[in-house]
Design a binder for this molecule. Structure first.
Ligand code: NAD
Ligand code: UDX
Length: 443
Protein backbone atom coordinates (compact mmCIF):
# COMPACT_ATOMS: atom_id res chain seq x y z
CA UNK A 1 0.00 0.00 0.00
CA UNK A 2 1.75 3.16 -1.19
CA UNK A 3 0.61 6.05 1.04
CA UNK A 4 -0.39 5.75 4.67
CA UNK A 5 -2.90 8.62 4.88
CA UNK A 6 -6.62 8.36 5.55
CA UNK A 7 -7.27 5.94 2.71
CA UNK A 8 -4.00 4.00 2.64
CA UNK A 9 -3.90 3.47 6.39
CA UNK A 10 -7.54 2.44 6.70
CA UNK A 11 -7.57 0.25 3.56
CA UNK A 12 -4.22 -1.36 4.38
CA UNK A 13 -5.28 -2.10 7.95
CA UNK A 14 -8.64 -3.51 6.87
CA UNK A 15 -7.02 -5.73 4.21
CA UNK A 16 -4.73 -7.00 6.99
CA UNK A 17 -7.82 -7.61 9.12
CA UNK A 18 -9.17 -9.68 6.19
CA UNK A 19 -6.09 -11.89 6.64
CA UNK A 20 -3.76 -10.47 3.97
CA UNK A 21 -0.14 -9.49 4.58
CA UNK A 22 0.11 -5.73 4.06
CA UNK A 23 3.15 -3.45 3.93
CA UNK A 24 2.27 0.25 4.07
CA UNK A 25 4.84 2.61 2.55
CA UNK A 26 4.74 6.18 3.83
CA UNK A 27 7.25 8.90 2.94
CA UNK A 28 6.12 11.59 5.37
CA UNK A 29 8.61 11.14 8.25
CA UNK A 30 6.21 12.42 10.94
CA UNK A 31 3.45 10.07 9.86
CA UNK A 32 5.86 7.14 9.58
CA UNK A 33 7.44 7.73 12.97
CA UNK A 34 4.01 7.90 14.56
CA UNK A 35 2.91 4.67 12.90
CA UNK A 36 6.09 2.86 13.89
CA UNK A 37 5.64 4.00 17.48
CA UNK A 38 2.09 2.71 17.54
CA UNK A 39 0.45 6.15 17.30
CA UNK A 40 -2.19 6.94 14.68
CA UNK A 41 -1.34 10.19 12.89
CA UNK A 42 -4.98 10.90 11.95
CA UNK A 43 -8.17 11.00 14.00
CA UNK A 44 -10.29 8.01 13.03
CA UNK A 45 -12.45 6.24 15.62
CA UNK A 46 -11.46 2.60 16.20
CA UNK A 47 -8.39 2.69 13.97
CA UNK A 48 -5.82 2.56 16.78
CA UNK A 49 -7.11 -0.79 18.05
CA UNK A 50 -7.37 -2.34 14.59
CA UNK A 51 -3.84 -1.22 13.66
CA UNK A 52 -2.40 -2.53 16.94
CA UNK A 53 -4.08 -5.91 16.55
CA UNK A 54 -2.86 -6.42 13.01
CA UNK A 55 0.68 -5.24 13.75
CA UNK A 56 0.69 -7.63 16.70
CA UNK A 57 -0.53 -10.47 14.45
CA UNK A 58 2.37 -9.77 12.08
CA UNK A 59 0.13 -8.99 9.10
CA UNK A 60 0.72 -5.23 8.99
CA UNK A 61 4.02 -3.36 8.72
CA UNK A 62 5.05 0.25 8.06
CA UNK A 63 8.14 1.53 6.33
CA UNK A 64 9.59 3.88 3.74
CA UNK A 65 11.37 1.26 1.67
CA UNK A 66 9.20 0.86 -1.40
CA UNK A 67 11.39 -1.92 -2.84
CA UNK A 68 10.98 -4.06 0.27
CA UNK A 69 7.21 -3.59 0.22
CA UNK A 70 6.70 -4.18 -3.50
CA UNK A 71 9.03 -7.15 -3.99
CA UNK A 72 6.97 -10.31 -4.04
CA UNK A 73 3.65 -8.45 -3.73
CA UNK A 74 0.74 -9.80 -5.78
CA UNK A 75 -0.92 -6.39 -5.81
CA UNK A 76 0.38 -2.89 -5.12
CA UNK A 77 -2.18 -0.23 -4.23
CA UNK A 78 -1.54 3.45 -4.82
CA UNK A 79 -3.29 5.54 -2.17
CA UNK A 80 -1.42 8.83 -2.42
CA UNK A 81 -3.08 12.25 -2.61
CA UNK A 82 -4.65 13.68 -5.77
CA UNK A 83 -5.27 17.31 -4.74
CA UNK A 84 -6.87 19.94 -6.98
CA UNK A 85 -4.51 21.57 -9.45
CA UNK A 86 -4.76 25.31 -8.91
CA UNK A 87 -4.57 26.12 -12.62
CA UNK A 88 -7.60 24.19 -13.88
CA UNK A 89 -9.26 22.32 -11.03
CA UNK A 90 -8.18 18.98 -12.49
CA UNK A 91 -6.80 16.40 -10.04
CA UNK A 92 -3.03 16.56 -9.71
CA UNK A 93 -1.83 13.06 -10.57
CA UNK A 94 1.87 13.80 -10.14
CA UNK A 95 2.11 11.90 -6.81
CA UNK A 96 0.37 8.92 -8.39
CA UNK A 97 2.71 8.85 -11.39
CA UNK A 98 5.78 9.33 -9.20
CA UNK A 99 4.69 6.38 -7.04
CA UNK A 100 4.00 4.25 -10.12
CA UNK A 101 7.48 4.88 -11.49
CA UNK A 102 8.96 3.82 -8.17
CA UNK A 103 6.82 0.68 -8.15
CA UNK A 104 7.76 -0.20 -11.73
CA UNK A 105 11.47 0.10 -11.00
CA UNK A 106 11.40 -2.39 -8.12
CA UNK A 107 8.57 -4.80 -8.95
CA UNK A 108 9.48 -8.42 -9.61
CA UNK A 109 7.23 -11.08 -11.06
CA UNK A 110 3.61 -10.57 -12.04
CA UNK A 111 2.12 -7.54 -10.23
CA UNK A 112 -1.28 -5.85 -10.34
CA UNK A 113 -0.90 -2.10 -9.90
CA UNK A 114 -4.13 -0.76 -8.43
CA UNK A 115 -5.26 2.84 -8.01
CA UNK A 116 -7.10 3.38 -4.72
CA UNK A 117 -6.60 7.12 -5.06
CA UNK A 118 -9.38 9.01 -6.85
CA UNK A 119 -7.91 9.61 -10.30
CA UNK A 120 -9.15 11.29 -13.49
CA UNK A 121 -10.47 9.14 -16.28
CA UNK A 122 -7.54 7.94 -18.38
CA UNK A 123 -5.07 7.71 -15.48
CA UNK A 124 -5.05 3.90 -15.51
CA UNK A 125 -3.99 3.84 -19.14
CA UNK A 126 -1.33 6.47 -18.52
CA UNK A 127 -0.02 4.37 -15.62
CA UNK A 128 0.27 1.37 -17.96
CA UNK A 129 2.26 3.51 -20.39
CA UNK A 130 4.61 4.71 -17.63
CA UNK A 131 5.19 1.17 -16.39
CA UNK A 132 5.89 -0.14 -19.89
CA UNK A 133 8.35 2.68 -20.47
CA UNK A 134 10.09 2.31 -17.12
CA UNK A 135 10.23 -1.51 -17.16
CA UNK A 136 9.57 -2.99 -20.60
CA UNK A 137 10.22 -6.47 -19.17
CA UNK A 138 7.72 -6.33 -16.30
CA UNK A 139 4.71 -8.63 -16.30
CA UNK A 140 1.89 -6.48 -14.88
CA UNK A 141 -1.74 -5.41 -15.10
CA UNK A 142 -3.51 -2.22 -14.10
CA UNK A 143 -6.68 -2.03 -12.03
CA UNK A 144 -8.84 0.74 -10.62
CA UNK A 145 -10.40 0.10 -7.21
CA UNK A 146 -11.81 3.44 -6.05
CA UNK A 147 -12.49 3.88 -2.36
CA UNK A 148 -15.81 5.11 -0.96
CA UNK A 149 -15.02 5.30 2.75
CA UNK A 150 -16.02 8.39 4.72
CA UNK A 151 -13.74 9.88 7.34
CA UNK A 152 -15.07 9.28 10.84
CA UNK A 153 -16.83 6.08 9.77
CA UNK A 154 -13.99 4.73 7.69
CA UNK A 155 -13.56 1.26 9.16
CA UNK A 156 -17.26 0.43 9.04
CA UNK A 157 -17.46 1.82 5.48
CA UNK A 158 -14.50 -0.30 4.39
CA UNK A 159 -15.56 -3.51 6.13
CA UNK A 160 -19.25 -3.22 5.19
CA UNK A 161 -19.30 -1.26 1.93
CA UNK A 162 -22.40 -0.81 -0.20
CA UNK A 163 -20.32 -2.10 -3.11
CA UNK A 164 -16.78 -2.68 -4.33
CA UNK A 165 -15.75 -1.51 -7.80
CA UNK A 166 -12.98 -3.33 -9.64
CA UNK A 167 -12.03 -1.87 -12.99
CA UNK A 168 -9.57 -3.69 -15.23
CA UNK A 169 -8.34 -3.24 -18.77
CA UNK A 170 -11.29 -4.17 -20.97
CA UNK A 171 -9.03 -4.33 -24.05
CA UNK A 172 -6.83 -7.01 -22.51
CA UNK A 173 -9.09 -9.92 -21.50
CA UNK A 174 -6.35 -12.32 -20.30
CA UNK A 175 -4.84 -9.61 -18.11
CA UNK A 176 -8.24 -8.66 -16.87
CA UNK A 177 -8.94 -12.14 -15.62
CA UNK A 178 -5.61 -12.48 -13.87
CA UNK A 179 -5.96 -9.11 -12.15
CA UNK A 180 -9.59 -9.74 -11.26
CA UNK A 181 -8.72 -13.06 -9.65
CA UNK A 182 -6.15 -11.48 -7.35
CA UNK A 183 -8.52 -8.69 -6.30
CA UNK A 184 -11.41 -11.12 -5.91
CA UNK A 185 -9.26 -13.11 -3.47
CA UNK A 186 -8.39 -9.96 -1.54
CA UNK A 187 -12.05 -9.03 -1.12
CA UNK A 188 -13.19 -12.60 -0.37
CA UNK A 189 -14.53 -11.77 3.12
CA UNK A 190 -16.91 -9.29 1.50
CA UNK A 191 -18.19 -11.93 -0.90
CA UNK A 192 -19.27 -13.90 2.14
CA UNK A 193 -21.30 -10.85 3.24
CA UNK A 194 -22.92 -10.73 -0.21
CA UNK A 195 -21.46 -7.30 -0.94
CA UNK A 196 -22.03 -6.44 -4.60
CA UNK A 197 -18.67 -6.53 -6.38
CA UNK A 198 -18.93 -4.74 -9.70
CA UNK A 199 -16.38 -5.59 -12.38
CA UNK A 200 -15.96 -2.93 -15.05
CA UNK A 201 -13.45 -1.49 -17.47
CA UNK A 202 -10.79 0.96 -16.30
CA UNK A 203 -12.42 4.19 -17.49
CA UNK A 204 -15.78 3.17 -16.07
CA UNK A 205 -14.35 2.51 -12.61
CA UNK A 206 -12.57 5.85 -12.64
CA UNK A 207 -15.74 7.68 -13.64
CA UNK A 208 -17.91 5.83 -11.07
CA UNK A 209 -15.96 7.39 -8.22
CA UNK A 210 -16.34 10.97 -9.52
CA UNK A 211 -19.98 10.41 -10.37
CA UNK A 212 -20.79 9.07 -6.89
CA UNK A 213 -19.10 11.93 -5.04
CA UNK A 214 -20.48 14.57 -7.38
CA UNK A 215 -24.00 13.23 -7.11
CA UNK A 216 -23.86 13.38 -3.31
CA UNK A 217 -22.40 16.89 -3.42
CA UNK A 218 -25.20 17.91 -5.79
CA UNK A 219 -27.79 16.41 -3.43
CA UNK A 220 -26.43 18.47 -0.53
CA UNK A 221 -26.35 21.58 -2.67
CA UNK A 222 -29.93 20.98 -3.72
CA UNK A 223 -31.16 20.85 -0.13
CA UNK A 224 -29.07 23.91 0.71
CA UNK A 225 -30.88 25.88 -1.98
CA UNK A 226 -34.24 24.49 -0.87
CA UNK A 227 -33.29 25.51 2.66
CA UNK A 228 -32.80 29.12 1.51
CA UNK A 229 -36.13 28.96 -0.28
CA UNK A 230 -37.81 27.63 2.87
CA UNK A 231 -36.64 30.71 4.73
CA UNK A 232 -38.19 32.98 2.13
CA UNK A 233 -41.56 31.23 1.97
CA UNK A 234 -41.99 30.13 5.59
CA UNK A 235 -41.49 26.40 5.02
CA UNK A 236 -39.44 23.99 7.12
CA UNK A 237 -36.49 22.30 5.42
CA UNK A 238 -36.34 19.45 7.93
CA UNK A 239 -39.85 18.40 6.99
CA UNK A 240 -39.18 18.89 3.28
CA UNK A 241 -35.99 16.80 3.44
CA UNK A 242 -37.58 14.04 5.48
CA UNK A 243 -40.64 13.89 3.28
CA UNK A 244 -38.86 13.83 -0.06
CA UNK A 245 -36.36 11.37 1.40
CA UNK A 246 -39.14 8.92 2.24
CA UNK A 247 -39.45 8.39 -1.50
CA UNK A 248 -37.05 5.48 -2.01
CA UNK A 249 -35.99 6.90 -5.35
CA UNK A 250 -34.64 10.00 -3.58
CA UNK A 251 -33.43 8.48 -0.29
CA UNK A 252 -33.20 10.27 3.03
CA UNK A 253 -29.42 10.51 3.40
CA UNK A 254 -27.33 13.57 2.55
CA UNK A 255 -30.22 15.98 2.78
CA UNK A 256 -29.02 17.98 5.78
CA UNK A 257 -28.61 21.68 5.05
CA UNK A 258 -25.20 23.03 5.95
CA UNK A 259 -22.84 25.96 5.48
CA UNK A 260 -21.58 24.10 2.39
CA UNK A 261 -19.91 20.76 1.76
CA UNK A 262 -16.18 20.57 2.44
CA UNK A 263 -13.55 17.93 3.11
CA UNK A 264 -10.80 16.29 1.18
CA UNK A 265 -13.07 14.81 -1.49
CA UNK A 266 -16.31 16.56 -2.51
CA UNK A 267 -14.81 19.98 -3.35
CA UNK A 268 -11.86 18.61 -5.30
CA UNK A 269 -13.79 15.79 -6.97
CA UNK A 270 -16.61 18.05 -8.18
CA UNK A 271 -14.01 20.43 -9.61
CA UNK A 272 -12.18 17.51 -11.23
CA UNK A 273 -15.36 16.11 -12.80
CA UNK A 274 -16.15 19.47 -14.37
CA UNK A 275 -12.60 19.55 -15.78
CA UNK A 276 -12.93 15.98 -17.07
CA UNK A 277 -16.24 16.89 -18.73
CA UNK A 278 -14.89 20.09 -20.29
CA UNK A 279 -11.77 18.36 -21.60
CA UNK A 280 -13.88 15.59 -23.11
CA UNK A 281 -16.16 18.13 -24.80
CA UNK A 282 -19.09 16.95 -22.67
CA UNK A 283 -19.57 19.51 -19.90
CA UNK A 284 -21.30 18.33 -16.71
CA UNK A 285 -23.28 21.52 -16.17
CA UNK A 286 -25.16 20.38 -13.07
CA UNK A 287 -21.84 19.85 -11.32
CA UNK A 288 -20.36 23.10 -12.63
CA UNK A 289 -23.33 24.80 -10.98
CA UNK A 290 -22.93 22.72 -7.82
CA UNK A 291 -19.32 23.92 -7.49
CA UNK A 292 -20.30 27.56 -7.99
CA UNK A 293 -23.30 27.42 -5.63
CA UNK A 294 -21.26 25.74 -2.88
CA UNK A 295 -18.41 28.26 -3.14
CA UNK A 296 -20.90 31.10 -2.93
CA UNK A 297 -22.71 29.46 -0.02
CA UNK A 298 -19.69 29.57 2.27
CA UNK A 299 -19.37 33.31 1.57
CA UNK A 300 -23.11 33.80 2.09
CA UNK A 301 -22.83 32.14 5.49
CA UNK A 302 -20.16 34.64 6.54
CA UNK A 303 -22.45 37.45 5.33
CA UNK A 304 -25.35 35.93 7.21
CA UNK A 305 -23.47 36.06 10.50
CA UNK A 306 -22.42 39.65 9.83
CA UNK A 307 -26.03 40.59 9.03
CA UNK A 308 -27.09 38.87 12.27
CA UNK A 309 -24.68 41.23 14.04
CA UNK A 310 -26.62 44.13 12.47
CA UNK A 311 -24.07 44.50 9.68
CA UNK A 312 -20.92 44.98 11.74
CA UNK A 313 -18.85 42.48 13.74
CA UNK A 314 -16.05 44.91 14.57
CA UNK A 315 -15.09 44.56 18.24
CA UNK A 316 -17.61 41.78 18.84
CA UNK A 317 -16.64 38.48 20.43
CA UNK A 318 -17.81 35.52 18.40
CA UNK A 319 -17.73 32.04 19.93
CA UNK A 320 -17.39 29.23 17.38
CA UNK A 321 -18.35 25.61 18.03
CA UNK A 322 -16.79 23.19 15.54
CA UNK A 323 -14.12 23.84 12.93
CA UNK A 324 -13.59 20.60 11.02
CA UNK A 325 -15.49 19.99 7.78
CA UNK A 326 -17.71 17.49 9.59
CA UNK A 327 -17.76 15.74 12.99
CA UNK A 328 -15.62 12.73 13.94
CA UNK A 329 -12.59 13.90 12.02
CA UNK A 330 -9.66 16.24 12.61
CA UNK A 331 -9.57 17.07 8.90
CA UNK A 332 -9.75 20.76 8.06
CA UNK A 333 -9.41 20.43 4.28
CA UNK A 334 -11.84 22.85 2.59
CA UNK A 335 -13.87 23.22 5.80
CA UNK A 336 -16.57 25.91 5.67
CA UNK A 337 -14.99 27.38 8.82
CA UNK A 338 -11.97 28.55 6.80
CA UNK A 339 -13.77 31.13 4.66
CA UNK A 340 -16.35 32.02 7.32
CA UNK A 341 -13.78 32.76 10.03
CA UNK A 342 -11.66 34.63 7.52
CA UNK A 343 -14.59 36.98 6.82
CA UNK A 344 -15.35 37.47 10.53
CA UNK A 345 -11.68 38.12 11.26
CA UNK A 346 -11.41 40.65 8.43
CA UNK A 347 -14.57 42.28 9.78
CA UNK A 348 -12.74 42.89 13.08
CA UNK A 349 -14.38 40.23 15.29
CA UNK A 350 -12.60 38.51 18.18
CA UNK A 351 -13.01 34.81 17.55
CA UNK A 352 -13.01 32.18 20.31
CA UNK A 353 -13.18 28.68 18.87
CA UNK A 354 -13.42 25.10 20.06
CA UNK A 355 -13.37 21.83 18.16
CA UNK A 356 -13.16 18.40 19.86
CA UNK A 357 -10.56 17.02 17.41
CA UNK A 358 -9.47 19.75 15.02
CA UNK A 359 -7.61 22.26 17.19
CA UNK A 360 -4.15 21.28 15.95
CA UNK A 361 -5.07 20.92 12.30
CA UNK A 362 -7.06 24.18 12.37
CA UNK A 363 -4.27 26.50 13.52
CA UNK A 364 -2.29 26.62 10.27
CA UNK A 365 -5.37 27.32 8.11
CA UNK A 366 -7.37 29.77 10.24
CA UNK A 367 -6.63 33.44 10.92
CA UNK A 368 -3.82 33.89 13.43
CA UNK A 369 -5.95 35.95 15.77
CA UNK A 370 -8.35 33.07 16.57
CA UNK A 371 -8.26 32.13 20.26
CA UNK A 372 -8.47 28.36 20.84
CA UNK A 373 -10.56 27.38 23.85
CA UNK A 374 -10.51 24.36 26.12
CA UNK A 375 -14.14 23.35 25.65
CA UNK A 376 -17.47 24.52 24.23
CA UNK A 377 -18.48 26.60 27.25
CA UNK A 378 -15.08 28.26 27.22
CA UNK A 379 -15.66 29.26 23.57
CA UNK A 380 -19.01 30.77 24.59
CA UNK A 381 -17.39 32.84 27.35
CA UNK A 382 -18.10 36.55 26.85
CA UNK A 383 -19.46 35.93 23.34
CA UNK A 384 -21.84 38.39 21.75
CA UNK A 385 -22.74 35.75 19.18
CA UNK A 386 -22.27 31.98 19.26
CA UNK A 387 -21.91 30.21 15.90
CA UNK A 388 -22.20 26.44 15.31
CA UNK A 389 -20.18 25.30 12.30
CA UNK A 390 -19.77 21.54 12.88
CA UNK A 391 -22.41 19.27 14.40
CA UNK A 392 -20.30 17.37 16.93
CA UNK A 393 -22.60 15.32 19.19
CA UNK A 394 -21.23 16.86 22.36
CA UNK A 395 -22.60 20.26 21.28
CA UNK A 396 -26.14 18.93 20.90
CA UNK A 397 -26.50 18.28 24.60
CA UNK A 398 -25.20 21.67 25.80
CA UNK A 399 -27.81 23.17 28.13
CA UNK A 400 -29.02 26.57 26.85
CA UNK A 401 -28.98 28.03 30.38
CA UNK A 402 -25.31 27.13 30.69
CA UNK A 403 -24.55 28.82 27.38
CA UNK A 404 -26.53 31.88 28.46
CA UNK A 405 -24.55 32.05 31.69
CA UNK A 406 -21.25 32.13 29.77
CA UNK A 407 -22.26 34.47 26.95
CA UNK A 408 -22.43 38.23 27.02
CA UNK A 409 -24.96 38.51 24.20
CA UNK A 410 -27.98 36.39 23.38
CA UNK A 411 -27.48 35.57 19.72
CA UNK A 412 -26.91 32.09 18.31
CA UNK A 413 -26.35 31.26 14.63
CA UNK A 414 -26.70 27.50 14.32
CA UNK A 415 -25.53 26.60 10.81
CA UNK A 416 -26.02 22.85 11.36
CA UNK A 417 -29.53 22.88 12.89
CA UNK A 418 -28.38 21.04 16.00
CA UNK A 419 -30.82 22.74 18.36
CA UNK A 420 -34.57 23.16 18.48
CA UNK A 421 -35.60 26.76 17.64
CA UNK A 422 -38.39 26.76 20.25
CA UNK A 423 -36.09 25.61 23.08
CA UNK A 424 -33.51 28.24 22.21
CA UNK A 425 -36.10 30.99 21.99
CA UNK A 426 -37.65 29.92 25.29
CA UNK A 427 -34.15 30.17 26.80
CA UNK A 428 -34.08 33.81 25.73
CA UNK A 429 -31.88 33.56 22.66
CA UNK A 430 -32.25 35.29 19.35
CA UNK A 431 -31.65 32.15 17.34
CA UNK A 432 -31.14 31.63 13.62
CA UNK A 433 -30.65 28.31 11.89
CA UNK A 434 -31.01 26.99 8.34
CA UNK A 435 -34.33 26.70 6.54
CA UNK A 436 -36.52 26.65 9.60
CA UNK A 437 -39.16 29.32 10.04
CA UNK A 438 -39.61 31.25 13.25
CA UNK A 439 -43.13 29.97 13.82
CA UNK A 440 -43.32 26.56 15.46
CA UNK A 441 -44.70 23.97 13.06
CA UNK A 442 -47.84 22.01 13.92
CA UNK A 443 -47.03 18.41 14.97
P1 NAD B 1 -3.55 11.83 2.47
O1 NAD B 1 -2.88 13.06 2.02
O2 NAD B 1 -4.11 11.72 3.87
O3 NAD B 1 -2.56 10.57 2.31
C1 NAD B 1 -1.68 10.39 1.24
C2 NAD B 1 -0.36 9.90 1.83
O4 NAD B 1 0.49 9.43 0.80
C3 NAD B 1 0.42 10.99 2.56
O5 NAD B 1 0.63 10.59 3.89
C4 NAD B 1 1.74 11.08 1.78
O6 NAD B 1 2.85 11.35 2.60
C5 NAD B 1 1.83 9.72 1.16
N1 NAD B 1 2.65 9.64 -0.06
C6 NAD B 1 2.65 10.47 -1.13
N2 NAD B 1 3.50 10.02 -2.07
C7 NAD B 1 4.05 8.88 -1.59
C8 NAD B 1 4.98 7.94 -2.11
N3 NAD B 1 5.52 8.08 -3.32
N4 NAD B 1 5.31 6.89 -1.35
C9 NAD B 1 4.76 6.71 -0.14
N5 NAD B 1 3.86 7.56 0.41
C10 NAD B 1 3.51 8.63 -0.32
O7 NAD B 1 -4.69 11.55 1.40
P2 NAD B 1 -6.03 10.67 1.56
O8 NAD B 1 -7.09 11.47 2.19
O9 NAD B 1 -5.67 9.33 2.14
O10 NAD B 1 -6.43 10.50 0.02
C11 NAD B 1 -5.69 9.65 -0.82
C12 NAD B 1 -6.51 9.42 -2.09
O11 NAD B 1 -7.72 8.74 -1.77
C13 NAD B 1 -6.95 10.69 -2.82
O12 NAD B 1 -6.94 10.45 -4.19
C14 NAD B 1 -8.37 10.90 -2.35
O13 NAD B 1 -9.15 11.58 -3.29
C15 NAD B 1 -8.86 9.48 -2.23
N6 NAD B 1 -9.94 9.30 -1.26
C16 NAD B 1 -9.91 9.92 -0.06
C17 NAD B 1 -10.95 9.71 0.86
C18 NAD B 1 -10.95 10.40 2.20
O14 NAD B 1 -11.98 10.37 2.86
N7 NAD B 1 -9.88 11.00 2.64
C19 NAD B 1 -12.00 8.84 0.54
C20 NAD B 1 -11.97 8.19 -0.70
C21 NAD B 1 -10.94 8.43 -1.60
C1 UDX C 1 -17.05 11.69 1.13
C2 UDX C 1 -17.95 10.56 0.62
O1 UDX C 1 -19.11 10.46 1.45
C3 UDX C 1 -17.19 9.24 0.61
O2 UDX C 1 -18.01 8.21 0.07
C4 UDX C 1 -15.94 9.42 -0.25
O3 UDX C 1 -15.18 8.23 -0.26
C5 UDX C 1 -15.09 10.58 0.27
O4 UDX C 1 -15.89 11.76 0.31
P1 UDX C 1 -16.20 12.56 3.49
O5 UDX C 1 -15.58 13.68 2.74
O6 UDX C 1 -15.38 11.84 4.52
O7 UDX C 1 -16.71 11.42 2.48
O8 UDX C 1 -17.48 13.13 4.26
P2 UDX C 1 -19.06 13.17 4.05
O9 UDX C 1 -19.69 12.57 5.24
O10 UDX C 1 -19.49 12.65 2.74
O11 UDX C 1 -19.33 14.75 4.09
C6 UDX C 1 -18.79 15.62 3.12
C7 UDX C 1 -19.27 17.03 3.34
O12 UDX C 1 -20.66 17.14 3.06
C8 UDX C 1 -19.10 17.54 4.78
O13 UDX C 1 -18.66 18.87 4.75
C9 UDX C 1 -20.48 17.45 5.36
O14 UDX C 1 -20.71 18.38 6.38
C10 UDX C 1 -21.32 17.77 4.13
N1 UDX C 1 -22.69 17.24 4.24
C11 UDX C 1 -22.92 15.90 4.26
C12 UDX C 1 -23.75 18.14 4.27
O15 UDX C 1 -23.54 19.35 4.23
N2 UDX C 1 -25.03 17.65 4.33
C13 UDX C 1 -25.30 16.31 4.36
O16 UDX C 1 -26.48 15.95 4.40
C14 UDX C 1 -24.21 15.41 4.32
Amino acid sequence: MIGGGYVGLVSGTCFAEFGTDVAIVETNPDRLTALREGRIPIYEPGLDRLVAENVEAGRLTFGDDIAAAVRGADAVFVAVGTPSRRSDGQADTSYVYAAVEQIARVADGYTVIVTKSTVPVGTGREIARIVRKTRPDLDFDIASNPEFLREGNAIQDFMRPDRVIIGTDQYKPEGTERAQNILRKLYRPLYLLETPIVFTGLETAELIKYSANSFLAMKITFINEISDLCEKVGANVNDVARSIGLDGRIGKKFLHPSPGFGGSCFPKDTRALTAIGRNAGSPVRLIETTVAVNDQRMKDMGERIIAFADGDVRGLTIGVLGLTFKPETDDMREAASISILDMLDKGGAHIRAFDPAGMTTARPVLPQSVAYCTNALDAAKGADILVVLTEWNEFRSLAPEKLAREMKGRKIADLRNIWDPRTMKDAGFKYISLGRPDAVQPR
